[in-house]
Design a binder for this molecule. Sequence first.
Ligand SMILES: NC(=O)c1ccc[n+]([C@@H]2O[C@H](COP(=O)([O-])OP(=O)(O)OC[C@H]3O[C@@H](n4cnc5c(N)ncnc54)[C@H](OP(=O)(O)O)[C@@H]3O)[C@@H](O)[C@H]2O)c1
Length: 316
Amino acid sequence: MTPNLVTVFGGAGFIGRQVVRELAALGCRVRVACRDPEQALALKPAGDVGQITPIQANIRHEGSVRAAIRGADAVVNLVGILYESGNQRFQTVHEAGARRIAEAAKAEGISNFVQLSALGASSESTSLYARSKAAGEAAVRAVIPEAVVIRPSVVFGPQDDFVNRFASMMRIAPALPLVGGGHTKFQPVYVGDVADAILKVLTDSAQKGRTFELGGPTVYTFKEILELIMRETGRHVGLVPLPYDLAKVMGFFMELLPVPPMTRDQVELLKSDNVCSGNLPGLRDLGIEPKAAEIVLPTYVDIYRKGGRYSPVQPV
Ligand SMILES: NC(=O)c1ccc[n+]([C@@H]2O[C@H](COP(=O)([O-])OP(=O)(O)OC[C@H]3O[C@@H](n4cnc5c(N)ncnc54)[C@H](OP(=O)(O)O)[C@@H]3O)[C@@H](O)[C@H]2O)c1
């Protein structure tokens, strides 16, 4: 049941680029729906002539969402934000935007729908990000009960925001803070495994209506992740414990920057572990063997060892 035409919202983003490349390799036509279609142009060579089409869509605007979905067989929603700015609020993007896409999909008769959520999504969370992700899941399921929800832990791979951000900081900073002591646990998952999972659920009707938690093979504390990045980049910086309250004060001031490196809401997120519960299906249930960070990181953080710096180009 390979869909013919798939609309991927957020398809020019980090996970989206991998999903679009894999869908094209499978032979699907792909509409890459994003606010600035120029961001998706570099993806076109990943497909044949006319196979990958960037299309302008803002999930806060219904008309553009409907136009992006028209005629599609399946929809993947990868739109997400890490901090609020201007009209980009957690509620409007993660909840209202997801509902708008689901309603437009339903109007087109589409039930093959994948919603990217996040581990930790919960209506009980003290983090607005996590509550809005849970609200987005519920909004989509209320419209399309067959929708598949995917909750990854932190995702790594070439061009990621997480490993590259800390590796970049290690080039210049003498020390990095360990919020809450750096004890929060994560289960980093490889972007290729996340994309494989999305393709599996899109092409297997037996997965409809399920929720998956995606994590890699190893659980690390935040401190252990920074130590791993230091090992792989050959950099050594101090790691300084920073109590949550102090981190929130720093977050308050950082929120004044155009791209805040840390927000108060992210500090709230760090108070809970970000690991698979074991109560929901995961990668292995989809026949995917999760790749270890130790195998993948050397393939893209070596530039820091050589004194290079991260340039956020979009590879095909
Ligand atoms: N990466 C991770 O570690 C991770 C972990 C757990 C869950 N997730 C979830 O996985 C999904 C994809 O993450 P990612 O890492 O690929 O993020 P990303 O690189 O930031 O991609 C998100 C995309 O959403 C687009 N977008 C934002 N607001 C939009 C709007 N109003 N209308 C249309 N498009 C909009 C962004 O485009 P613009 O350039 O226009 O802003 C961007 O291309 C997100 O839902 C995220 O919450 C990611």
